[in-house]
Ligand binder design. Structure first.
Ligand SMILES: [Zn+2]
Length: 190
């Protein structure tokens, strides 16, 4: 029996559709997808954004090269799109947001948008803004959580975050909340 009698099922590197490949090395479902992917890569290369999506990543995240390119054209992203760009789970993306490491805009319940430029900032954050490890003895009376600060001083989440960053206020994560020292916050905001 020659190998051509075997059916090789693969995911198209461009459209992610399942197809029957003739050879193990075939990457695309059709000539159309092949040339479309080639053109897309050329275009992104010109702009200095080469998308290198490995087929195994594609199956896992179910994100096609086209989708990635479309996300990159957008100014405001959904949390799911953020996860695709960072190649992480949606849960992890939410964690970045909740921890205050990734600035976001809350347009209502379950409507969170992230500015694409904020994602780039993730990679250039100063060391002091990173979250301190949990300590054994934590005196809650000396710390505000982010929501308490927002309510007390009527500041937006984004506004507060930039104040925290600008003044290098230390942050401590406890459970789902991020805490900041009362003394520093009162000094800055009152
Ligand atoms: Zn295809």
């Amino acid at each position: 029996m020659s190998s051509t009698n075997f059916k090789i099922l693969k995911n198209c590197l461009h459209c992610a559709k399942m197809f029957e490949a003739q050879k193990i090395t075939t990457k695309y479902c059709s000539h159309k997808c092949n040339s479309a992917n080639y053109k897309l890569n050329k275009r992104l290369e010109k702009r200095g954004e080469v998308v290198n999506v490995k087929p195994e990543q594609q199956i896992r995240t179910n994100t096609t090269a086209v989708q990635i390119a479309l996300i990159k054209e957008k100014e405001y992203l959904t949390v799911r799109e953020v996860a695709s760009l960072l190649n992480c789970s949606v849960r992890s993306a939410y964690r970045y947001i909740e921890s205050g490491n990734l600035n976001s805009l809350n347009l209502g319940q379950r409507i969170t948008r992230v500015k694409r430029s904020e994602i780039e900032k993730l990679f250039e954050q100063p060391k002091s803004a990173t979250i301190l490890p949990e300590q054994k003895e934590f005196d809650f009376s000396e710390w505000y959580n982010i929501i308490e600060v927002q309510e007390k001083y009527k500041v937006s989440y984004t506004g507060l975050n930039s104040i925290i960053k600008r003044n290098k206020v230390p942050k401590v994560k406890k459970g789902v909340y991020v805490y900041v020292p009362k003394v520093l916050i009162d000094n800055l905001l009152s």
